[in-house]
Design a binder for this molecule. Structure first.
Ligand SMILES: Cc1cc2nc3c(=O)[nH]c(=O)nc-3n(C[C@H](O)[C@H](O)[C@H](O)COP(=O)(O)OP(=O)(O)OC[C@H]3O[C@@H](n4cnc5c(N)ncnc54)[C@H](O)[C@@H]3O)c2cc1C
Length: 541
């Protein structure tokens, strides 16, 4: 299977939108003479936010139509591994509780006070409620995955319900269907319909026929359509640091193209979280290297390999940080890589990588476990690599594919590798030799890299790749209040319009590209915010 084919998980293909007009606001249209469908609540997108919002609203007596442009439900949300929550029953049973305000204040502090405390507090408070509500619907939160407890420790915060989210998304979709939510899949929402200043529905295209339909929303429209990671024009305009520093998208499927964000702009919505996206390290750069795919599944072997703490250099062949795998390194490496000249780092290792990668495994037991290479014999592997259209089960195959398409460069000499990477040969050789000297001495006088991460580059052939950040959940999106009502530039709710994360923005503050998933993790943020929006919509008379 070619690399390109493997990375076509959706019918949308794997090319980001990048024409200038792809960043333009999408203006609303007038109501039609005749509506084709109608419901109290019309929801766009069937990730966690869309499904939870639909189920909650239906339970509260609303009629609901859920529109999904893909041919199946679940969006990116189905690939998440963990659902972060505070003060759910499952956590309390284990004797673990938090002060929600303290957590919210901690999160606000992490954003450098650029976030919205009211929104943060509401999400944190609601997250446990959502876990309990899902359990009340009949979902069993698993106790263990890959040997880890359901409620476990992450970076000092014990807050993790760890389950594969495919089960959760399938469960929510099944419940929605049982209870009478009407699904319209293969149907892309193209514009909002506005009537007398109120959002009155949506205009959509039913595929593959290409038929236009108008769907009336008697009470509200909830846009739970994901972020804009696959729209480079939007990133360039609204998240320029992300645009500069991201090498590939690893935690957002190609369905996240930002058109609902543009529809929000078209009805005068404000933007929150300008220039922000959570990022992982190791954004292996297929697209600018060889015109390859923009989406690289997080657990693909080439992505995992490039995330390891090998020697990292910048364009000037300078090192720029301590290497390691502890939480601090994990958090800091994405923004550090993304802020190097050209927004890229060069990751260098030698032909002992298969052996060495096991020596530099995670220091934090669960939090970083997704960085391990995936092989068929690793317990839990079947969960995260069950979809072989996204990544081969054996991590080495994905590495081989990346070598075949010359995204990972291989060379017999350091000079040759420098040339292939477009780096200065002399400076590159000096940098590697200096690194090897530190490795031999077991000490890194420049950055204090712990000895076990000092792995020399001595055995030809040598390997190198160019990587930036790799995106997680988006931070830039439509501004909402804590009830997820979309706000205009005067900070007034736009009548009839809600947005869930990550069509909504502001989850990680402003001007930020931190590691990981942000406040509650992407899946929980999406689900909790969709639930919150629906709760508010049904409370409006
Ligand atoms: C490999 C991987 C691992 C991850 N691990 C974790 C984890 O452990 N914990 C965690 O919290 N998060 C994790 N995430 C991130 C998390 O899954 C996402 O951030 C989150 O689920 C995104 O939710 P969403 O609702 O914003 O988008 P989605 O789930 O993508 O939902 C949006 C839906 O809207 C649809 N849509 C978009 N536009 C339109 C339109 N115009 N008309 C109709 N439909 C439309 C899309 O097709 C999509 O189905 C991971 C992601 C990946 C890929």
């Amino acid at each position: 299977m070619t690399d390109e084919k493997r990375n076509l998980p959706t019918r949308l293909g794997n090319r980001p939108l990048e024409k200038p007009e792809d960043a333009e606001p999408i203006l609303p249209v007038d109501p039609p003479a005749k509506w084709d469908h109608e419901a109290d609540l019309v929801i766009v997108g069937s990730g966690g936010g869309g499904l939870a919002g639909a189920l909650l609203a239906k339970d509260k007596g609303f009629s609901v139509i859920l529109i999904e442009k893909m041919d199946s439900t679940g969006g990116t949300s189905q690939y998440a591994g963990a659902f972060y929550a505070y003060n759910s029953r499952v956590q309390k049973k284990k004797g673990i509780e938090w002060d929600a305000n303290e957590v919210a204040m901690g999160s606000l502090f992490e954003t450098g006070y650029t976030g919205n405390i009211h929104l943060f507090r509401n999400m944190i408070e609601k997250s446990g409620e959502v876990v309990d509500w899902i359990e009340d619907q009949g979902f069993e939160w698993e106790n263990e995955i890959a040997g880890y407890p359901a409620v476990t420790s992450r970076g000092g915060h014990q807050r993790l319900c760890y389950i594969p989210m495919t089960e959760l998304m399938n469960f929510l979709a099944k419940k929605c269907k049982e209870k009478g939510v009407k699904f319209m899949v293969n149907t892309q929402v193209d514009a909002l319909v506005r009537d007398n200043g109120r959002i009155a529905g949506v205009k959509a295209t039913v595929n593959p026929e290409g038929t236009t339909v108008f769907v009336k929303a008697k009470k509200a429209v909830l846009m739970a359509a994901g972020g804009m990671q696959h729209n480079l024009s939007l990133l360039k305009k609204y998240a320029p640091s992300v645009y500069k520093g991201v090498g590939s998208v690893s935690m957002s499927l190609p369905c996240n193209t930002g058109e609902c964000f543009r529809m929000g702009l078209g009805v005068g919505a404000d933007v929150a979280g300008f220039d922000s996206c959570t990022c992982f390290e190791g954004g292996i750069d297929h697209r600018t290297e060889n015109g390859g795919p923009w989406f690289r599944f997080l657990y693909s072997g080439d992505v995992q390999l490039s995330r390891a703490p090998w020697l990292h250099l910048n364009k000037a062949c300078e090192r720029f940080m301590m290497m390691g795998n502890n939480l601090g390194q994990y958090m800091l490496r994405p923004p550090a890589m993304m802020s190097q000249p050209g927004g890229r780092a060069y990751v260098i290792f030698d032909n002992k990588y298969e052996e060495n990668i096991w020596k530099i495994q995670d220091d934090v037991p669960l939090g970083l476990s997704c960085k391990r290479p995936l092989t068929p014999d690793v317990p839990g592997n079947e969960i995260i690599t069950r979809n072989e259209t996204l990544a081969p089960k054996d991590w080495r195959l994905a590495v081989k594919e990346a070598i075949d398409v010359k995204v990972i460069k291989v060379a017999d000499t350091l000079e040759e590798l420098a040339e292939k990477l477009g780096l200065d040969k002399v400076l590159f050789k000096q940098a590697v030799e200096k690194w090897n000297k530190y490795c031999d001495a077991g000490e890194d006088p420049e950055f204090g890299t712990p000895a076990r991460f000092l792995i020399p580059i001595k055995h030809a052939p040598f390997y190198g790749l160019k990587a930036g950040g790799s995106t997680g959940p988006m931070g830039t999106g439509l501004r909402t209040n804590p009830d997820m009502q979309v706000l205009d530039k005067d900070q007034k709710p736009i009548p009839g319009l809600y947005a869930a994360f990550f069509t909504a923005g502001g989850s990680i503050g402003e001007g930020r590209t931190p590691m990981g998933f942000g406040l509650l993790g992407g899946c929980s943020m999406s689900t909790t915010s969709g639930y919150t929006a629906a709760q508010h919509a049904v409370s409006q008379k």
